[in-house]
Design a binder for this molecule. Structure first.
Ligand SMILES: Nc1ncnc2c1ncn2[C@@H]1O[C@H](COP(=O)(O)OP(=O)(O)OP(=O)(O)O)[C@@H](O)[C@H]1O
Ligand SMILES: [Mg+2]
Length: 269
């Protein structure tokens, strides 16, 4: 079992007192995040769950350097990565494969960006596509694949970006239940093989608990962290875990936290 002790290494991600307000002062403003702090040790699988609009994607954009907070910092190890891109792999919520590229050439984009020649990048990607069930489809274009296959290709692309930390924003949100279960197993396998830190956004409580070492629960906007729950259940896990009494207790707790946060938001509206 992985240790839940936080040990700072060069790959530790730290979000430090991050706040983000959209809009100009005087005009209508939206506070997306309020003083969010979070430390994610190397190789942890952390899920973030929270209501729609609470700032989850905003936080990912800030960690990935695509957006800047109004205050606060983001560190990788001891180094601030605020406003810098290319330090983490990122599967955006609306991530699309490029329709004009084959699956193989979509999957190698990260390698190409980091300067690996195309031929070499393809040589790295082909065995992985074969291992992960896309071997027969690598020369197809995205519109010729099922949703689950496209999602697998997008995940492989993120993993091949060759960064120690990957951010996955609701990667399985649009998949049917069976495909989703298959994808969860697939992701856990990738996580184990590639030894990455995964920060994973989902709206699905079962998915968050089943996959993770730790689950962060956020309040409605402006997003704050309302709970930080260690999931100390042994791995490898099997899908029957969802009926385990400990699993059900954690699930109730998260459900309760999300409901309580929503009710207090309504009361203050
Ligand atoms: N570029 C932007 N300009 C203005 N407002 C924005 C911008 N990006 C996000 N917001 C607002 O910030 C809030 C948080 O948005 P965000 O996309 O981070 O939420 P989320 O938690 O990812 O939601 P969901 O679960 O629906 O994906 C929302 O009210 C959104 O409308
Ligand atoms: Mg989002």
């Amino acid at each position: 079992m992985r240790s839940s002790v936080v040990q700072r290494t060069d790959d530790t991600v730290e979000v430090r007192h991050v706040s983000r307000v959209f809009g100009k002062p005087g005009a209508s403003q939206t506070q997306a995040l309020s003083n969010v702090s979070l430390t994610v040790p190397a190789r942890q699988f952390l899920s973030i769950i929270g209501p729609s609009g609470c700032g989850k994607s905003t936080m990912f954009n800030i960690i990935a350097g695509l957006d800047a907070p109004d205050s606060g910092d983001v560190l990788l190890g001891d180094r601030s990565i605020l406003g810098q891109q290319g330090n983490v792999g990122y599967l955006l919520q609306k991530d699309l494969l490029l329709p004009w590229r084959s699956i193989l050439d979509n999957v190698i984009i990260g390698l190409e960006i980091s300067g690996v020649p195309k031929k070499e990048a393809r040589q790295i990607a082909v065995p992985l596509l074969k291992t992960y069930g896309l071997g027969g489809f690598m020369h197809h274009h995205p519109d010729q694949l099922s949703g689950g296959m496209r999602q697998r290709a997008a995940l492989l692309r993120t993993v091949l970006f060759n960064k120690d930390v990957i951010l996955l924003d609701e990667p399985f949100g649009k998949l049917d239940a069976q495909t989703r279960t298959d994808m969860q197993e697939w992701l856990l396998d990738l996580w184990d093989v590639f030894q990455k830190t995964v920060i994973f956004v989902t709206h699905d409580i079962d998915e968050a608990i089943y996959l993770s070492d730790r689950v962060i629960v956020m309040s409605p906007r402006p997003g704050r962290i309302v709970a930080d729950i260690t999931i100390d259940m042994p791995r490898p896990r099997s899908p029957e875990l969802v009926t385990d009494p400990e699993f059900i207790t954690i699930k109730r707790r998260i459900r309760h936290l999300l409901d309580a946060a929503r009710i207090s938001e309504k009361a203050s509206a």
